[in-house]
Design a binder for this molecule. Sequence first.
Ligand code: PLP
Length: 469
Amino acid sequence: MIGLGVGMSLDIASLFAERQADRYALHTQYLNEQMVRVLKTIGYDVGFVKGTNQYLFDREGERYLDLLSGWAVFAIGRNHPKLRDALKNVLDSDLPNLVQLDVSVLAGILAERLLKHVPYLDKVFFDSTGAGATEAALKFSRAATGRTGIVYCGHAFHGLTYGALSLNGEAAFRKGFGPLLPDCNEVPFNDLAALEQALSSRQVAAFIVEPIQGKGVNMPDDDYLAGALALCRKYGTLFIADEIQTGLGRTGKFLAVEHWGIEPDMVLIAKALSGGHIPIGAVLTRKSIFDKIFNRMDRAVVHGSTFSKNDMAMAAGIATLDVIESERLVQNSAQKGERLLKLFNGMRERYDLVKDVRGKGLMIGVEFGEPRSLALRASWNILETAQSGLFCQLIAIPLFKDHKVLTQVAGHDTHTIKLLPSLTITDADCEWIERSFDAVIADAHRVPGAAWKLGKTLANNALKARARA
Ligand code: PLP
C-alpha cells in the first residue's frame, strides 16, 4: 500500500491511482450506493483520472469536453496554474490561519476586490457553501426588517439545508423532510401580480430569486426583475439575488442582474469563487442591513461559521477573481455564449424535437419537446409514459459515450439539457459542441434507430424500477 508508512509523506496521487478501480465498491459500501447504481445504469464508468481546464481524461487517456464543470464551480477551468500556485503559496507560508481572536487579512482583501465589481453594496459576509450564504441571507433579512415572511419562486433552488430547502420550488427535493421553516411562500416565477399579492401584507422580510433559474434555465421576462425590485421597495421587502450559479461571469456579465440593470439589497455568490477547490460562499449587502445584525460588541459573532474565512478559501477567491479579470473570462463567456446560442437556434429551426433554446453567456438550456412527426411522436410517448423527462438521456448518454461530451439534464421532470462549461472554452470547443449535438440530435430523429433502441432499454428500466418501488 502506497503512502501510509510512518514518517513517509503521504502520496495522495499514488493512493488515488492505486485505489481508482475500487471507487464504485467503496461508494457502494461506505457512501451513496444509489449514485453508483445511477452511473452503472447510464454507463458512465470510464474512470476519470485527470482534469485540466475544460477537459477531463479517462483511464484510457481519452479527452472529454466538460459542459457541467462540477455544477459550475470550474469557471476558470480545472487545476488552473494560478490557483494552484496561490494555494501552494498559502501552505508554504505558515500564515496565521483562523486565529479567530484576530481578523483575517486575506478576507479583507477578497471583500475589497469583490465589492469593486458590485460598487452599490458595502459589506461582505463569508460562509463556506452556497446554502450557507442562503441561510445567512435569511437570518439577516428577518433581523434587519423585524419581519418573518420569505417569498421565493416556483422551481427555485437555493441549497438543501433546512432554511434553503424551505425556499425550494421542487416538491421532489422537499418530500419527506418537513416540517420546514414557517412563513416561506412560493410565487410563480415571472408573475409580478402574484408577487405583489404576496408582498402586500407588509410582513415579508425578503424576496429571493435566481436571475436565471438553474433548474430548467428559466429566463426572466424583460421587465420581471426590475418590476420585482420596485415591488420590494414599495412594500419594504429586501431583494436577494441568488447569483450562486449565475455570478462571476457565467452569463456574460460579472453578475447576471447587470443584464437588467438592477441593484439588489443582497447578492449571494459561491460555486465559482472557490476556483473549484476550496469551498466558499458570500453574502454581499448594504451597510444599513449588515449593521442591524452586527450592531453591538456582544453580537460581533452572532452569526458565523468556524471555517468561513480560512486562508485557503480566501486565497482561492482572490486567485479566481484575478484569473477572471486577467483572462477576460466575462467577455469570453459573452462571446462564446452568443456563438453557441446562434448555433442551437439554427438546430431549433432544423430539428422537430428541439423546442426552445435559451440562456445568456455560458448558461444555456436546450429544450426538447413532443415532435410533430407521427412516427417520432409514438416513440416519444412510450418514453414519457415510462418516466417524464427520460428523453434527455437519449441526448446526454450518446453525447457522453460517442462524442466525449459531459453534460446534464437541467432538473427533475424537465426536457432541457443544460450547458455550463468553464468560461475558458475556445472556438475549437464550440465546434466540438456543434458537431456532437448535431450528430446526436439528428440520430434522435431516426426511428427506428440507435437512439430509440437506447430509449427502449431506459423505458424498460424505468418501468421495472417503478414496479419495485
Ligand atoms: N443557489 C443556487 C442558485 C445553486 O445553484 C446552488 C447549488 O447548486 C445553491 C444555491 C447551493 O449551493 P451549495 O451546493 O454550495 O450549497
